[in-house]
Each structure stands twice: as C-alpha cells, then as structure tokens.
Design a protein. Sequence first.
Lengths: 111, 116
Amino acid sequence: RKEVEQDPGPFNVPEGATVAFNCTYSNSASQSFFWYRQDCRKEPKLLMSVYSSGNEDGRFTAQLNRASQYISLLIRDSKLSDSATYLCVVATLGGYQKVTFGIGTKLQVIP
Amino acid sequence: DGGITQSPKYLFRKEGQNVTLSCEQNLNHDAMYWYRQDPGQGLRLIYYSQIVNDFQKGDIAEGYSVSREKKESFPLTVTSAQKNPTAFYLCASSPGTGFSGANVLTFGAGSRLTVL
C-alpha cells in the first residue's frame, strides 16, 4: 500500500460545481497535512494546511479524519482558474521529518 | 521579493555528462531540499540539508551529489551514474525541518532536464 494515495483523475467539472478530493495515508503517526496546487509544468504552491479541526479559506475547505486516515479538499463554486493538479502532502515525525507527496489529483473545470 | 531561484529552467544533456543545477534562496531559510518529479509519481526526495556544511541523503540519492557551502545556495549535480536522469527537478526550502502550519515548503520554479 502506498504511503499516500490519491485518485489521479482527471475530474472534469463544470464551472460553478462543487468538487471534493480525498487523500488517504497509511502511517497513523503522521503529524502534519497539506494541500498544494501545481499548475501544468510549474512548481507546487501551498494551497492550505489541514488542521484537526478542519479549516476553510474562501471557497476551499480542508478536513482531516484521523480515525479513517484521510484528508479531504472541497472546492465550492469552481472557477476555470481552479484547473490544476492538487497534491496531498503528509509529514511524519521520525528523526528528521519525513514528507510524502501524493501523485496528485488533476482537476479540469470546463466552461 | 523573497523566493527561490533555480537555473537553468531547461537543460539538455548527453549521456555520460555530469550537469549541475543551481538553487539559490533569499528567504533566510535554514533547510533546503531537492526533489525529483516524474509523471505518475509523487515528488521524491533526493537530498536535504538542515544547515550549512551538512546534508543528508533522501530516498533516491544514488547518482546525485550536493553541497551546502552557503546558507542560500544548494546546488545539485546529476552525475553520469544516474541511470534515468530525465525529470523535472524541484528545489525547495523551509525555515526548519519540523513541518507544521508555519513551517512549510516553498518551491523554486524547477529545472527540466532531458538526456538525449
């Protein structure tokens, strides 16, 4: 089983739709969780950290479910500019912290 | 503006040649990292450095070498021993190596290496 698993997609959704991605992780000792956004042939950029209580930033909501070992990202009112690949990132404390990236979920918002 | 500068953006290499990718940051971050990204795979850690003159192997260090002589610089050399070097290489930095909401990775724009 991969340490961090994501559905690679693509998820094709119309503008204005709500879309949700999940990411599962295998190590129950994982400490920190993030969502990064990566545009085609560009570098990843931090979208948001994921806190135990969940967090929201405008149209984006991230949640953590430690019992089931997954994190989620919800995008409401999708915009064309949301089209990108969304990377799930999990950090585990173990000496020097180990960071594992998922392969990313590709989102295509269509007009 | 503070950030991470990687060069060159695109690089072509013949088999058997060593190449060096540059990474410079002006964020005053202590930790720096090199990742490799291949299609269908997550980013994989090549090397990381917590402080000047110290660095550690990541998951796929074979065929690569690094140095950290200055805080702001962390160049990566792809040697001829790397069997499949064609990839997108990303340099990153963070204030420290303890990841938290306030201590996240910032990436450079990447260097795309193609071996001919």
